[in-house]
Design a protein around this ligand. Structure first.
Ligand code: UDP
Length: 337
C-alpha cells in the first residue's frame, strides 16, 4: 500500500517474455499493473491470460509514441522499462525502431516517472560490454562495443538509455535503477525468437538441424527467468543510495557446444548438428560478475542450468508453445547467412 491505496506499476514491454513474468510477479505481490506493449515481440496470449485479474490493465501502444500515457492512471509508484526487442534476429530486423525504442522510449518513460513521482527501472543489457576484453564483466568495465556494426542499434541504444536514465537522477527528475541483464531463458520464450536456447530446444524437439554459429566455443552464462525476475524486483525495491547499473545474471558460463550437448541429452533428440557462419561482432565470451547484486540486494541465482533447461524443454513440448509459429531454423539461417 502507498498513501492508503494499492501500489501501482507500469510495465512497458509487459507482453514480452520477461515482461509477462514480471507482471505476474507484481500481481502476486498485490501490486496493480498497467502493461504497455506494441506486440512487436510480445504475445497477445500472455495479455489475455492476465486480463482475468482485476488488478491488471492492458494498454496497447508503442513507447516511441506518447499516446499510451493518457491511458495510464494519474498516480503511479513504479515504472519498469522492458520495452525493446532483445534477440539479435528481432532487434536487427528494424534497427531504426530498435534504437529509437531505447532512446525515445526510455525518455518517454522517464518523463512519465518524473510526472508521476514514480521510481523508474531500466532493463539494460550485458551488450553494453560488447565483445568484452575484461572477464568476467564488472559494472565498472566500460565495454568494447562497435558503434557501427549490426548489433549497434541495440548496444548503443541501451548505452544511451543508461546515460539518459542517470541524467534524470542527477537532475533530481526521477529516482532510477538500472539492471544489466545477461542471457535469460525459460518458459514462454518464443520458438521463433532466434536466440540460442529457444532455437536449439525447438530444433531438438522437431528433429531438425541444430544450428551452431561458428565453432561453438563462444561462451554465454544463462540465467533462469524466475531468478532474473527476483533480481529485478529486488533492485526496484532497493532503498539505498543510487547504486549505479547492477549486473543481473547467472555466472555459470558454458560454451554453445556444451549447451547443445545438454539439450540433446534432455530431449533425447538425434538432430544433426550443423555449423553456420558466426554473425558479425558476436561476443566471444560473457560472464557476469554479480558481487554487487549479491552485496546490495542479497541476490544470487538459484536455478541450476540443467533444472532450468528441463523446465524449458517441458514447456516447449506442451501444446501451448507448439501453437506458436516455428521459424527458428529459418531465422537462424537468415542471421548467420
Ligand atoms: N547461436 C547459435 N545458434 C543459434 C542461435 C545463436 O550458435 O541458433 C549463438 C550466437 O551466435 C551466440 C550465442 O549462441 O554466440 C548466443 O546467442 P543469442 O542470440 O541467444 O544471444 P546473444 O548473442 O545476444 O548473447
Amino acid at each position: 500500500m502507498k498513501n492508503g491505496r494499492t501500489k501501482r506499476a507500469v510495465v512497458a514491454g509487459g507482453a514480452g517474455f520477461l515482461g509477462s513474468h514480471l507482471c505476474e510477479a507484481l500481481l502476486a505481490e498485490g501490486i496493480q499493473v498497467w502493461c504497455v506493449d506494441n506486440f512487436q515481440t510480445g504475445l497477445r496470449r500472455s495479455v489475455q491470460r492476465m486480463e482475468q485479474n482485476p488488478d491488471f490493465t492492458f494498454v496497447e501502444g508503442d513507447v516511441i509514441e506518447t499516446n499510451f500515457i493518457s491511458k495510464l492512471p494519474r498516480s503511479i509508484d513504479l515504472v519498469f522499462n522492458l520495452a525493446c526487442a532483445a534477440s539479435p534476429v528481432q532487434y536487427q530486423a528494424d534497427p531504426e525502431h530498435t534504437l529509437m525504442t531505447s532512446v525515445v522510449g526510455t525518455r518517454n518513460l522517464l518523463r512519465l516517472a518524473e510526472q508521476r513521482d514514480a521510481r523508474f527501472l531500466l532493463t539494460s543489457t550485458s551488450e553494453v560490454y560488447g565483445d568484452p576484453e575484461v572477464h568476467p564483466q564488472t559494472e565498472s568495465y566500460r565495454g568494447n562495443v562497435s558503434c557501427t556494426g549490426p548489433r549497434a542499434c541495440y548496444d548503443e541504444g541501451k548505452r544511451a538509455a543508461e546515460s539518459l536514465t542517470l541524467d534524470f537522477e542527477r537532475a533530481h527528475r526521477a529516482e532510477v535503477r538500472i539492471a544489466r541483464l545477461f542471457n535469460t531463458y525459460g518458459p514462454r520464450m518464443r520458438s521463433d525468437d532466434g536466440r540460442v536456447v529457444s532455437n536449439i530446444i525447438t530444433q531438438a524437439l522437431e528433429g531438425s538441424d541444430i544450428t551452431i554459429y561458428g565453432d561453438g566455443t563462444q561462451t554465454r552464462s544463462f540465467c533462469y527467468v524466475d531468478d532474473m525476475i527476483d533480481g529485478l524486483m529486488r533492485l526496484m525495491r532497493y532503498d539505498g543510495e543510487q547504486p549505479g547499473p547492477i549486473n543481473i545474471g547467472n555466472p555459470a558460463e558454458l560454451t554453445v557446444l556444451a549447451l547443445v550437448e545438454h539439450v540433446l541429452k534432455l530431449t533425447g533428440s538425434r538432430s544433426p548438428v550443423v555449423h553456420l557462419p558466426l554473425p558479425q561482432d558476436d561476443p566471444r565470451r560473457r560472464r557476469p560478475d554479480i558481487s554487487r547484486a549479491t552485496q546490495l540486494l542479497g541476490w544470487a541465482p538459484r536455478k541450476a542450468l540443467v533444472e532450468g533447461l528441463q523446465a524449458t524443454v517441458e514447456w516447449f513440448s506442451k501444446s501451448e508453445a507448439a501453437s506458436e509459429p516455428r521459424r527458428a531454423a529459418d531465422d537462424a539461417r537468415h542471421l548467420a547467412g
